[in-house]
Each structure stands twice: as structure tokens, then as C-alpha cells.
Write a protein that binds this ligand. Structure first.
Ligand SMILES: [Cu+2]
Length: 107
């Protein structure tokens, strides 16, 4: 009983240490790369609505609105443009951590 209680703070500290690198790194290994169309952009609310294809390991193709990370420059993306993006998770929230207009297809 006493022993289990004394281990608890240590275990919590260890968990916090393990979580730190994931929370701080912009290109964390939990980021998933996706491709789609930026059907809507809201620079004020800092959201982007993406009609995206399959994101392997994360979700199937769908249209959905994501919050955008503070470091992302939404002005670099035009509404309706084809985009490449990355989705990371901050806590339980999926967030776009990088987005850029896709290069036009080469003939
Ligand atoms: Cu989705």
C-alpha cells in the first residue's frame, strides 16, 4: 500500500517527460501527411476545410474542417487550391501543422 503510493509521483513525472517531445516538435512522428483541396479557409478562426483523400493510419477520404497550428501561414494558400498538408494531434484535437499548395502536375 505505502509502496504503491510512493511510486505514483515518479510514474506521473515519467509520463510527462515522455509526452514532452511529442508536444514540442512541429514535425513529430505522429504527424500524418495528406493531400486534398482547400475548399474553405478562415484566417480569423484559424481553420481550413479540406476535401482530403485517404490519410493512411488516420482516416479515410472525407471533407472536414481542421484547426490550424499558430505557425502555419494560411495566407500562402488560396481557396480551392490543391494542397499537401500534415495533420498532427495536440491532445485529442487533430490540427493541421503544415500546409502548402501542391505543385501543378507536370505533363
Ligand atoms: Cu478527415
Amino acid at each position: 500500500m505505502t509502496r504503491r503510493l510512493s511510486l505514483r509521483p515518479f510514474r506521473l513525472a515519467l509520463l510527462a517527460l515522455l509526452a514532452l517531445p511529442l508536444a514540442c516538435s512541429p514535425a513529430a512522428p505522429t504527424d500524418h501527411a495528406g493531400h486534398g483541396i482547400a475548399v474553405d479557409l478562415d484566417p480569423t478562426a484559424r481553420t481550413v476545410t479540406l476535401e482530403h483523400g485517404d490519410i493512411p493510419g488516420l482516416m479515410k477520404a472525407m471533407t472536414m474542417t481542421f484547426p490550424v497550428a499558430p505557425e502555419v501561414d494560411l495566407a500562402a494558400v488560396e481557396k480551392g487550391a490543391a494542397v499537401d498538408f500534415e495533420v498532427g494531434s495536440e491532445g485529442s484535437t487533430l490540427t493541421v501543422t503544415a500546409i502548402e499548395q501542391a505543385a501543378p502536375p507536370t505533363p
